[in-house]
Design a protein around this ligand. Structure first.
Ligand SMILES: [Zn+2]
Length: 225
């Protein structure tokens, strides 16, 4: 028996054979009735929509100012990128690079890579470089730290209120929404996509085999009665 065909129930550890056509419906553990798989089509639709929405929110969060400071009539506002440039100019290049990677680069890679695999998979096509992209998602995922940035911004705002008048701007709300969206997106296990890609490949091979076995002259459904 191939070990890749086995899955363990996350509730009772029962070792079960992986359902062959799990894309068609949900699967439950026969011993404890825990839900092993949801219908993948519903899950795919939901996670694709959420990833697309998260990408738009990400763009809003990066382009608009986060807060505006009003100190005795002198106002100043900044975007995340502006804050990074300021860090760089202050001689804190390493900090600027670390913040850039964890709050801009890695979340952007994760969202675009997820969309790159989700959109073709929804249409029943496995995109080129599928395995590599899934591995890249799993590599960058732990390094995306939008939620840490969000906490940092909130703590800074609370501290700044004693020094200046702080006006929240659009990107602050976008970062808040993005934190919630990413919390749901990371619940999605990209390994499920490997199973779906396997099912697509299996279906394509069986379709190809069926067409090979069929006599070449009979066009399916197009023949006149
Ligand atoms: Zn179980």
């Amino acid at each position: 028996m191939n070990r890749n065909d086995l899955i363990a129930c996350h509730d009772c550890d029962a070792l079960l054979r992986k359902p062959r056509h799990w894309a068609k419906g949900s699967a439950r553990c026969p011993r404890c009735a825990a839900l092993l798989y949801r219908p993948s089509s519903i899950q795919l639709e939901r996670i694709s929509a959420l990833t697309l929405a998260a990408l738009f929110t990400f763009l809003i969060a990066q382009t608009f100012p986060i807060v505006e400071l009003d100190l005795n009539g002198v106002t100043s506002q900044t975007t995340l990128m502006g804050a990074l440039v300021a860090l760089w100019n202050e001689g804190m290049e390493l900090v600027a690079i670390a913040v850039f990677c964890s709050t801009i680069l890695f979340p952007l890679i994760e969202l675009t890579a997820l969309l790159y695999v989700l959109m073709p998979i929804r249409a029943g096509v496995v995109p080129p470089g599928f395995n590599l992209v899934l591995r890249a998602i799993q590599f960058v995922r732990p390094w995306g730290m939008i939620e840490v940035l969000m906490l940092g911004i909130l703590v800074t705002i609370v501290k700044m209120t004693s020094l200046a008048h702080v006006i929240p701007e659009a990107a602050l709300f976008a970062f808040g929404a993005l934190t919630l969206m990413l919390a749901v997106v990371v619940l999605f296990d990209p390994r499920a996509l490997w199973d779906i890609a396997d099912a697509i490949a299996e279906r394509q091979t069986s379709d190809a085999a069926r067409q090979r076995d069929m006599p070449p002259a009979t066009g399916q459904g197009t023949r006149a009665p």
